[in-house]
Design a protein. Sequence first.
Length: 64
Amino acid sequence: MKVNIDKQQAVAQALNVKSIPALFLFHKGQVLDTMTGVDVNKLEAMVTTALKLDDESRDASPIV
């Protein structure tokens, strides 16, 4: 989700955003990883983690 921190200042404060861009990886309501600025290697690692978590979530949910 993209958040406009000028309009949603409470969100920025809650996440302790000091500069932008700031990226947060959430899983089950918890922040698993963060990144400030642009770092392609870090971004790739975060995307890989998110995809693994998504796959695990799908495997854990039985299809009825």
